[in-house]
Design a protein around this ligand. Structure first.
Ligand code: FE
Ligand code: FE
Ligand code: ZN
Length: 277
């Protein structure tokens, strides 16, 4: 089964997102757990989550992906920002247990001049505080483009974080196609080579989701600007190879392209046409 979805607005609740996803041919979706710029999350509506859990099962939904706010920086140089990251992370993980067995994605963070080694240490420290034994959510580290002082710009940095986390059976990776290409992994000309490298550095068993985006800027540009499918430097052929790759095709794919909901619907229709079951 092709698992395909896109980023949706969470403002009207889970059931609304599920129905919106169905209306554009998706069987999963991504959403922000709260305002992407930070702030308080809306209270959980128990009726909404209960209904969602039922409908997701009935409609054979794939795992959904909750995205942490961008302001969550577990390796900030300021203590207050790290405390905020800890609070948001812990609160999100608690809330996500209302919709069990799904995925939570976060940007490892920006070390803001402290160096990536220190950054890796601080991120692992946060994870060691927030992960708990009986949680059902899998927490995903997103591969980053290497803009500014971003941590997670290489497979080695992701692996180094995972290695420092005690409950690392709760951890996985979300590979963003725009970010890795931007970051210097040539998934256009050497997808097999990049996946082999991922496997030897991190292990493909950790790969749990794909952010499927084209890239506005070229290879190794470290810019992190998403483009619509086929309208960037990846192009349709590379994207079709990605969704059909035997090592990737079972994973859920999430579009984060600059689109409104009908635009996502058109991309999903195009991808479905080009996916081989
Ligand atoms: Fe992201
Ligand atoms: Fe992404
Ligand atoms: Zn991005």
């Amino acid at each position: 089964m092709f698992k395909i979805g896109c980023h949706l607005s969470a403002s009207s609740g889970y059931v609304h997102m599920l129905n919106e996803a169905i209306s554009i041919g998706a069987n999963t979706f991504q959403f922000f757990t709260r305002n992407p710029r930070g702030g308080k999350a809306k209270a959980i509506d128990e009726k909404d989550v209960e209904e969602f859990n039922k409908l997701a099962k009935e409609n054979y939904f794939a795992q959904i992906l909750a995205h942490a706010p961008y302001t969550l920086n577990a390796c900030s140089e300021t203590e207050r920002t790290r405390e905020f990251a800890l609070e948001v992370f812990a609160d999100d993980l608690k809330r996500l247990e209302y919709t069990p067995n799904n995925l939570y994605n976060f940007h490892p963070g920006s070390h803001v001049g402290q160096g990536s080694e220190k950054g890796i240490e601080l991120i692992a420290e946060t994870l060691n505080k927030v992960l708990f034994e009986d949680m059902t959510t899998t927490v995903l580290l997103e591969t980053m483009a290497g803009k500014g002082s971003e941590v997670g710009r290489s497979f080695e940095e992701i692996r180094a974080i995972i290695d420092k986390v005690e409950l690392n059976d709760k951890l996985g990776v979300c590979l963003d196609t725009c970010h890795v290409f931007d970051g210097g992994y040539d998934i256009v000309n050497d997808l097999d080579g990049v996946l082999d490298e991922f496997d030897s550095v991190i292990g493909l068993h950790r790969l749990k989701a794909i952010h499927l985006n084209d890239s506005l800027h070229g290879y190794e540009s470290h810019k992190d600007r998403h483009a619509k499918i086929g309208e960037g430097h990846l192009g349709n052929d590379a994207i079709i190879r990605i969704i059909n790759h035997p090592k990737l095709k079972h994973l859920p794919f999430f579009l984060e392209t600059p689109n409104d909901v009908p635009g996502y619907g058109r991309e999903i229709a195009f991808l479905k046409e080009n996916y081989t079951e």
